[in-house]
Design a protein around this ligand. Structure first.
Ligand code: GDP
Ligand code: GDP
Length: 491
């Protein structure tokens, strides 16, 4: 009796022990009335809800329990408020790009009783166009009568033509087919959590390439923020140049916000509208404060946040950052956004002022940012003059660079080789209480999020986590990017 040496045993993931923020996200899509809401509502219990649920009816989010599986689930039903036809799908691209960027998996629902409709095909096409790399499972809903009949109808067979593989039959109403959904989802979600070491790049030990890795394919969402009069609008116009495109406002979808987009080196950049955020935050009640919340929410939809400062003001004062600016920078980082700091109006210092003042500003800003956000080293600072149109390219290079780092995925095998080297450099408190990291894996990008799997009872201390974070930043050039590391014990 020989043992099969090649059958490597995969560790079984216990989803109930994973931090909800690290769980994979599954989005429910499909034309109206196929049963997305019904399926969403089947979740056995709502553990988590988006904090600004009362502001948005665009999208519902919750934690799904399917047996011992746990995942985040998004109901896209809200995206079709005006959907009498499929045309809405093409009009909500920024919105959906956003939502899709948060999802790793999709369940595409079809109504088995209607068979495959043209709109189903359109949804399928749309998903393929916008959901780069999102694994999709097709579910034929309302199949409860199959429970007795036991075979897929001819209509269901057509679902193969969507090109997402074998459809499964379910009933959101009766729960029929949930076991099959479980069987189909479990390996996908498990692979996502484990990012299996037999990763395709496992043996590629070179420096990670800063180029699109799929995670970066969705359009970059940029927010330009700062106090009044620092030059945000001027900078915006410089970035847009002549290619200003205004989209919206679309009632019910984008509210009062106006979406603007431009391209930089063949990359689409969406400008996230944040009008009034610093100006009005917290000062108003009622509808006005709702719009502040909306702009705050918009802000946190941004991938990269560009905080604009006024060089002349900095030259005049002792501290570079005003209170409001410190708050916004901290919030951006706390929310896991990539931060780029832009010091505008440098022309005023290049011109009349002495080099001393100029140098004071150039030295002071990065130092002070480091002081107020000590957890993130290397936040990029760009010195520009929006008025003279100087710095557009520099700003955009920093923004794109920050975005690519924010999207970076490091293969598990490379991370673990790195870990072995780096841990030998770390001075542990003492050998006896030294925690054992079994393996280290990136569970999420945007921002890069890592989990250290520990064997035994010892936990990583804050110092250990800081050491790991700092080393990751230095060794993989992730300066300015909020990196998250959590730990989990495995038996
Ligand atoms: P959505 O627009 O995709 O969110 O669809 P809904 O969840 O609102 O469902 C549309 C209609 O289909 C509702 O009347 C549901 O009661 C019904 N429905 C949903 N799932 C099932 C199912 O599995 N079987 C049957 N027979 N009806 C269902
Ligand atoms: P916002 O309130 O942040 O959008 O600021 P604006 O873009 O409206 O600019 C406020 C003022 O600063 C305007 O008078 C601009 O002309 C001026 N300004 C903007 N950028 C520059 C710059 O790079 N240099 C100089 N000297 N003035 C600037």
């Amino acid at each position: 009796k020989r043992k099969n040496k090649h059958a490597k045993k995969k560790p079984r993931v216990d989803f109930t022990k994973i931090d909800p923020s690290l769980l994979p996200t599954v989005i429910l899509v499909g034309r109206p009335n196929v049963g997305k809401s019904a399926l969403f509502n089947r979740r056995e219990a709502l553990v988590y809800n988006t904090p600004d649920d009362h502001v948005t009816r665009d999208i519902r989010e919750g934690i799904a329990k399917l047996g011992d599986l746990r995942f985040r689930v998004l109901d896209s039903a809200g995206l079709e408020t005006e959907a009498t036809s499929g045309s809405i799908l093409s009009r909500t691209t920024d919105m959906t790009a956003n939502v899709l960027a948060r999802s790793q998996f999709a369940i595409l629902l079809i109504d088995v009783r209607d068979g495959l409709q043209p709109l189903d095909l359109e949804v399928g096409k749309w998903l393929r166009r916008h959901a780069h790399g999102i694994r999709t499972i097709v579910a034929m809903n309302k199949s409860e009568s199959l429970d007795e009949q036991g075979s897929l109808t001819a209509e269901a067979g057509q679902a193969y033509t969507l090109g997402f593989g074998d459809p499964i039959a379910i009933s959101a109403e009766t729960g029929f087919g949930m076991a099959e959904l479980y069987e189909n989802l479990r390996p996908l979600l498990e692979d996502y959590i484990l990012q299996r070491p037999e990763d395709e790049h496992a043996h590629d030990d070179t420096y990670p390439e800063m180029e699109d890795n799929g995670e970066c394919k969705s359009p970059l969402q940029l927010a330009i923020v700062g106090r009044p009069n620092v030059g945000k609008s001027t900078l915006l116009n410089a970035l847009l140049q002549e290619e200003r495109v205004l989209v919206g406002p679309e009632s019910g979808l984008t509210r009062d916000s106006i979406r603007t987009q431009f391209t930089f080196e063949e990359r689409t950049v969406y400008l996230v509208d944040t009008a009034g955020w610093l100006l009005r935050a917290g000062k108003e009640k009622g509808p006005a404060s709702l719009s502040v919340m909306q702009s705050r929410k918009n802000l946190m939809r941004a991938h990269v946040i560009a905080l604009v400062l006024d060089a002349e003001e900095i030259a005049k004062t002792k501290t570079s950052l005003k209170h409001a600016e410190v708050l916004i920078a901290r919030r951006a980082v706390d929310e896991g956004r990539a931060l780029v700091v832009i010091v505008n109006k440098m022309d005023l210092l290049w011109g009349r002022r002495s080099t001393m003042i100029r140098e004071k500003v150039i030295n002071a800003v990065p130092k002070e940012i480091q002081m107020v956000i000590p957890q993130i080293t290397g936040i990029p600072v760009v010195f520009v003059s929006a008025l003279e149109g100087k710095g557009r390219v520099a700003v955009m290079h920093q923004v794109v660079d920050a975005y690519q780092k924010w999207c970076l995925r490091l293969p598990t095998a490379r991370l673990n080789r790195w870990l072995r080297k780096v841990m030998s450099r770390h001075s542990w408190r003492d050998q006896a209480t030294q925690p054992k990291i079994k393996y280290f894996t990136q569970v999420k990008a945007r921002p890069p999020t890592f989990v250290a799997f520990l064997s035994g009872k010892m936990q990583l201390s804050d110092t250990d986590i800081r050491f790991l974070t700092k080393s990751l930043k230095e060794d993989f050039d992730l300066g300015g990017i909020p990196i998250r590391i959590t730990q989990r014990s495995i038996p």
